[in-house]
Design a binder for this molecule. Structure first.
Ligand code: XMP
Length: 479
């Protein structure tokens, strides 16, 4: 110890952020186009692209979650709304596509064509299996009802003896059958001819188009839902439909939050839970010792693009530092819990660093906020298009008073976030496409063929901030 210096400062942790770090080049044995980006969001939820959208009301509602899951990533629905609204958004994602629809809307043969029309309109569908005593007797489509008298019984307007497939279903044969008979809907029946499900060609087509989507065992898109550790009822309902619950408080390493989550995990369905946000190794160790199953950790505090927590309190843990800390705890304990780096990610370089530091996936708000699929309208500011991105602790988000328990009691009235216009970026698919291409290039430089390899072999360097400067007399040509 140098005399006269306090040990607290001399021995201070070096809480580096993305700006302080570089990924050093390594021997490369694969071309960037051959690298594999498969990873996981939690113990049981795999991802083909390691990106997760933040549960923020300017980032993730159903549309964003559907688009990301189709691409092989994941959306987490925000909670700055009523429990019913959040549940509704989750259900919309789960209903949006599935290989086999199990809760099929049907109609009886004695009902009228007018009633069939109404049922189709109400459910935004274009055909109904006609069911008598559980058994399929026909199918009635939009075309059948359009040209028939509304008072006519369905039995008179439907197509009889529809093509059906039997359980247990062979998906390839089922699709062949639809192509052979040029039908858009294929009812599934059991050995007694009772209707057990329905396949639509629209869903088959989407599966073919999006081959690496994130899906559950029924072929439905996977979705996460943000929950408060203090709202057990909401978590219980959401766990019946969402694939993953993401604890959503600014400082999870808190005895009350942990105690309440213990009650919560007893009551919810068997889904993975992500714990966060946390910023230190100690937090991960304490959570791991308090819970049998930790689906994952959501890591980083105060580093988000619209966070003001660290300005306000000087407390925080930059995402890069926090990721390395928590990854240390996970490997020390030999856990299969996943690490999600959250906050302050600006682009593929920060993503590559996070994954190299031990993250399994990254959570992003700013990057997705300007996309077509994020909630909110586009606005023109001085001739350019923008969308709003706001912190969940910002004054305007708090006006809804739905997610106030993200923050501690004394700051409930003080904003811990701000709001900003972010440039409109178009469809999230193109944003994800650019990010994955640049991430693959970064992995090529680091010499990693997979994210596991990146995590194990990447070498990180500290930079002085001057590692990349341009001549000051250059005049940039903007296209
Ligand atoms: P980016 O940088 O991707 O960060 O926009 C998204 C993450 O920021 C966190 N978040 C907040 N943090 N005050 C905070 O201190 C806030 O108002 C706030 N809102 C969101 C959250 O972890 C999110 O995923």
């Amino acid at each position: 110890m140098v005399q006269g210096f306090s040990s607290k400062i001399v021995e201070a942790a070096r809480a580096y952020s993305f700006q302080d770090l570089l990924l050093l080049p390594g021997l490369s044995k694969v071309e960037p186009s051959e690298v594999n980006l498969a990873s996981a969001a939690s113990r049981r939820i795999g991802l083909n692209i390691p990106f997760i959208s933040s549960p923020m009301d300017t980032v993730t509602e159903s549309e964003m979650a559907i688009a990301l899951a189709r691409l092989g990533a994941l959306g987490v629905i925000h909670r700055n709304c009523s429990a019913e609204e959040e549940l509704d958004m989750v259900k919309r994602v789960k209903r949006s596509e599935s290989f086999i629809i199990r809760d099929v809307v049907t109609i009886g043969p004695e009902r009228t064509v007018g009633e069939a029309y109404e049922a189709m309109e109400r459910n935004a569908i274009n055909g109904l299996p006609v069911v008598d005593n559980g058994k399929i007797v026909g199918i009635i489509t939009g075309r059948d009802v359009r040209f028939a008298d509304p008072g006519l019984p369905v039995a008179k307007a439907m197509s009889k003896s529809p093509v059906v497939a039997r359980e247990p279903l062979d998906p390839v044969q089922a699709v062949d059958l639809m192509r052979e008979h040029k039908i858009e809907k294929l009812p599934i029946v059991d050995a007694d001819g009772k209707l057990t499900g329905l396949i639509t060609y629209k869903d088959v087509h989407s599966r073919e188009q999006f081959k690496s989507s994130t899906r559950d065992s029924e072929g439905r898109l996977v979705v996460g839902a943000a929950v408060s550790p203090f709202d057990i009822e909401r978590a219980k309902e959401l766990s019946k439909h969402a694939d993953l619950l993401v604890l959503d408080v600014a400082h999870y390493h808190n005895a009350r939050a942990i105690a309440s989550t213990k009650e919560m995990v007893k009551k919810i369905e068997d889904v993975d839970v992500i714990f966060g946000n946390i910023g230190t190794k100690q937090a991960a160790l304490d959570i791991a010792s308090a819970f049998d199953n930790v689906g994952g950790f959501r890591v980083g505090m105060g580093g988000g693009s619209v966070c003001t927590t660290t300005e306000l309190t000087k407390a925080g843990s930059p995402t890069a530092f926090a990721t390395a800390q928590v990854a240390d705890a996970v490997s020390e304990l030999g856990l299969d819990s996943k690490v999600i780096a959250d906050g302050g990610i600006r682009g593929a370089g920060d993503i590559a660093l996070s994954l190299a530091l031990g993250a399994d996936a990254v959570m992003m708000g700013y990057v997705f906020a300007g996309c077509k699929e994020s909630p909110g309208e586009t606005t023109s500011v001085e001739g350019r298009m923008y969308k709003l991105h706001r912190g969940m602790g910002s004054a305007s988000a708090r006006e809804k008073r739905m997610a106030l328990d993200r923050y501690s009691q004394p700051t409930k009235g003080i904003p811990e976030g701000t709001e900003a216009w972010v440039p409109y970026k178009g469809e999230v698919a193109s944003v994800v496409g650019e990010l994955t291409a640049a991430l693959m290039a970064a992995m090529g430089y680091a010499g990693a063929a997979s994210l596991q390899e990146l995590k194990e072999t990447a070498v990180i360097a500290l930079t002085t901030g001057g590692s990349h400067t341009r001549p000051s007399d250059m005049v940039f040509r903007f296209s």
